[in-house]
Design a protein. Structure first.
Length: 27
């Protein structure tokens, strides 16, 4: 039951980093 929140946090961090990199490349 702990895997859900942990995975969600990691996924959110990954998406945030991806968005920031995309903004740097295409912004």
């Amino acid at each position: 039951k702990i895997i859900g929140p942990v995975f969600g946090h990691i996924a959110g961090t990954f998406v945030d980093c991806f968005v920031k990199r995309a903004e740097d490349l295409y912004g």
